[in-house]
Unconditional design. Structure first.
Length: 416
């Protein structure tokens, strides 16, 4: 007898919690990160009846200083979409385990009251923050799903809380809470004991249907152009960027998080750091690039990522030079992996000789790697899907695009 399709089941109530960022932060960055896209999917899905979106704790002092109102649960886009913003006097989470547990049990109570006010019935809690997923009881929820986009226990700015994140991971395993991870590397590192699923990152087809022109900042810049779209921080391999700058103009399009790390690059005349750019300028830069870059150092943090920029580079049909990171393998022949000791300049010259992709090939890639295609499985999993599939890694639906690559670069469509 065939199993019922979970998409035919009645719509569910969902509570979606943000990590350390607010809805305003999401809007400023044009809803481009994985949690942002999950939120948009939940907001729009007919499989979600009532949706309560919960922002993280925010300091009352900061809110008063900035003139930000305390939000109760006003409706957002529909009468059944709500927001709750929790306030406290403290600016940051405590570091001690006992105080952290107290903090997230208090946040649990805030969520419960807000869910009751929104008339949510046995909701599914989808949380993007491991401290809530691990340290809060959430016994009022029908289930709790942790959406993991990074390994928080390896994120340098939050080093003081690394032991707390490790404890939260252990609690997620102890409670057998389901986990959705953006890469197979991250899923294996978290080692969930409940159901688990890999949902890779994707692209928005509306952005890549027609490629935009290059932004004005490129006027007069000598060709060829190497483009990196992302935050400029200690993930970047500065030596790799500097060597490529001897052969091309390197444009690092993104906010600078650490000026000390960016200073050696600013000193190079062939490196351009325009800072934060509006979204159309970023997509225009990617589309106009001769080669796109993923020059990340190999660290515990980068070995668990699934870089969105890589999908965007390929959606634009551009060849890619990327550090040889486990999550990057398997992306097809348009990605040239740079192993330790490889000459990035020689690799750059190699990929510049690759043939251009056709528009049909590019559009096939965009369709296969859209956020909407990704999130069908995510909704099945979170709202009630096949428990056996919940324990299998997802294949990355990235059809190969014609080009050239080393045999060691990857096999298209293989999950990594």
């Amino acid at each position: 007898m065939p199993e019922p399709d979970p998409r035919s089941a009645p719509a569910r109530d969902v509570v979606f919690t943000l990590s350390r960022e607010t809805l305003r932060d999401m809007a400023i960055r044009s809803y481009m990160r994985p949690p942002d896209r999950v939120l948009l999917t939940l907001m729009q899905s007919p499989r979600v009846r009532r949706l309560l979106v919960a922002e993280p704790f925010r300091s009352r002092v900061t809110a008063l200083a900035k003139g930000e109102p305390v939000v109760a649960i006003p409706p957002t886009s529909r009468p059944d979409r709500y927001v709750v913003s929790a306030r406290r006097w403290r600016r940051e989470d405590p570091v001690s385990p006992a105080m952290l547990r107290h903090t997230y049990r208090r946040y649990d109570r805030v969520l419960r009251r807000a869910a009751e006010q929104a008339r949510c019935e046995r909701p599914v809690v989808v949380t993007t923050y491991p401290l809530l997923a691990g340290l809060a009881e959430l016994e009022w929820a029908d289930s709790v799903v942790y959406f993991a986009r990074d390994d928080w226990a390896t994120y340098p700015p939050l080093e003081r809380w690394h032991p707390a994140f490790q404890e939260a991971y252990a609690e997620i395993r102890r409670r057998r809470r389901p986990v959705v991870a953006v890469s197979e590397s991250l899923r294996r590192r978290l080692a969930p004991t409940g159901g688990s699923l890999v949902v890779h990152n994707g692209v928005d087809p509306a952005e890549w249907e027609r490629l935009p022109p290059a932004p004005a900042l490129t006027t007069g810049l000598p060709r060829p152009w190497c483009v990196y779209a992302g935050t400029v921080d200690d993930r970047l391999d500065v030596d790799m960027v500097a060597r490529l700058a001897t052969e091309s103009t390197v444009i690092l399009a993104g906010p600078v998080k650490d000026e000390r790390h960016a200073a050696p690059l600013r000193a190079l005349p062939s490196v351009v750091l325009p800072g934060h750019l509006p979204r159309p300028a970023v997509t225009g830069l990617i589309a106009a690039a001769d080669v796109c870059l993923l020059p990340h150092r190999v660290t515990s943090l980068t070995e668990a990522m699934d870089p969105i920029k890589l999908y965007e580079y390929l959606a634009a049909g551009r060849p890619v030079l990327a550090s040889d990171l486990t999550p990057v393998r398997g992306m097809g022949p348009r990605v040239r992996l740079l192993a330790p000791g490889d000459d990035p300049v020689a690799a750059f010259r190699e990929v510049r000789g690759w043939p251009e992709v056709t528009e049909a090939e590019r559009h096939r890639f965009v369709a296969a790697n859209s956020w909407s295609a990704r999130h069908v499985e995510l909704l099945d999993f979170a709202l009630g899907g096949d428990p056996e599939r919940q324990r299998r890694p997802a294949a990355r639906p990235a059809p190969p695009i014609k080009g050239h690559a080393r045999a060691t670069s990857a096999r298209a469509g293989e999950a990594t």
